[in-house]
Design a binder for this molecule. Structure first.
Ligand SMILES: [Zn+2]
Length: 392
């Protein structure tokens, strides 16, 4: 028992120090002790270990007016690497990142079916490619994060259900680990997106926020008081399956009227093509161009989508009370044509003042989210030590 307690407190102390440095940037050992309440001896011990393992780095000492300042220590984000893999309907997007999920190298592999064995093999090939082509000086890969839309048992690395890919009870992490021999963590893609913003992105210093993703589906993961909410079964954040038009189109989940059946990015673009009688090759970039050119019908479709999503988002805001909403996903490319009507709708329906919507406009925002699954193990207090130290 004593052994387990010691191991637990060592892990807790490490995470306490790492999280402080992640939020605040470089600090001296004395400052770390003051802020965390740990003894100087404990801080010296923990920092010493982390420096040895290349997770922390000692910075140059500066000479101030009152003499030599204590040496600050910082997270050595480049000391280790992570790999993020995002699964889509026809390709995986993979990325090698440092520990702050800053992209170093990316790679995509196309496939013609989404059977689990196909995806395991494609992921394995992508991992080999990224490691073989990593620039010199990049530290070892500590973990692989895999994200996909679905209901995920993140503790055991199992996809319990994915309507989009027809997966049921797939022990994916175990299968990929058998090939890659690197620990694999998996999660629903919107939850991974929220986690990445919580750790390193627009939500880093925000206790409570909603991460809204409008892509092939619609999801909205919540970070409440610094914790990413998964819910009792990992279903939290399925805003896309809230019923909007009860007689509406059929959703991938098999029900009618889901929000995402009408207002996901493909649904918005399909409605535009139908209205304008356009060929299937016309995509969101063509639609955005038409909106920029001032086409009234195009703008009206985007305005309607912004308002309809906004109604459901306002309901969620009224129950969660977030400081901000972070919007990502392919549809954020529509910018103000979609987000301004959404903001106006929030203004109408939020109980108190509506939180601002901040857009994550990066082209590739999904795979850094997946990489965050691998790096969070360093920072996460919520994970218990036994689970943490025996990855799949
Ligand atoms: Zn649905």
């Amino acid at each position: 028992m004593l052994k387990i307690d010691q191991r637990t407190s060592r892990a807790m102390n490490r995470r306490l120090v790492l999280n402080l440095l992640r939020r605040e940037g470089p600090l001296s050992r004395a400052e770390i002790a003051d802020v965390t309440g740990l003894s100087r001896a404990t801080v010296t011990f923990v920092v010493g270990d982390l420096v040895k393992e290349n997770y922390l780095i000692e910075q140059e000492t500066t000479r101030g007016a009152s003499g030599r300042r204590p040496t600050p220590v910082a997270i050595n984000y480049d000391g280790h690497a992570a790999i993020g893999i995002k699964m889509n309907i026809d390709r995986i997007e993979c990325i090698l990142t440092n520990l702050s999920t800053t992209p170093i190298l990316s790679h995509a592999i196309d496939y013609s079916n989404t059977r689990p064995e196909t995806i395991v093999e494609a992921s394995h090939q992508a991992i080999k490619h990224l490691i073989a082509n990593a620039p010199k000086g990049i530290g070892p890969v500590t973990g692989i994060g895999f994200s996909m839309p679905g209901i995920i048992d993140n503790r055991n690395g199992i996809c319990l259900k994915s309507h989009r890919f027809g997966w049921n009870n797939v022990h994916f992490a175990e299968q990929l680990f058998a090939k890659s021999r690197i620990p694999v963590w998996m999660e629903d893609d919107t939850i991974a997106f929220a986690l990445a913003h919580h750790l390193f992105g627009l939500g880093r210093n925000v206790g409570t926020f909603i991460a809204l993703a409008i892509g092939a589906g619609i999801g909205s993961a919540t970070v409440a008081d610094g914790v990413v909410l998964r819910g009792a079964h990992g279903h939290a954040g399925k805003l896309g399956h809230v019923k909007q038009h009860l007689e509406g189109p059929l959703c991938e989940c098999g029900q009618r009227g889901c929000l995402q059946a009408s207002y996901s990015e493909p649904a918005i673009v399909a409605r535009w093509r139908k209205t304008k009688d356009l060929p299937a090759a016309k995509d969101r970039f063509d639609m955005l161009e038409a909106a920029k050119q001032g086409d009234a019908e195009t703008r009206a479709i985007l305005k309607d989508a912004g308002e309809q999503i906004g109604i459901q988002l306002a309901a969620q805001i009224n129950t969660i009370d977030p400081e901000i909403v972070i919007a990502g996903g392919e549809a954020t490319a529509f910018g103000p044509f979609l987000l301004d009507p959404m903001t106006e709708t929030l203004g109408k329906y939020c109980f108190m003042q509506a939180p601002p919507i901040l857009a994550d406009e990066r082209d590739n925002f999904w795979s850094p989210g997946a990489a965050a699954l691998a790096t969070q193990r360093l920072f996460d207090f919520e994970v218990d030590v036994a689970a943490d130290e025996t990855p799949v």
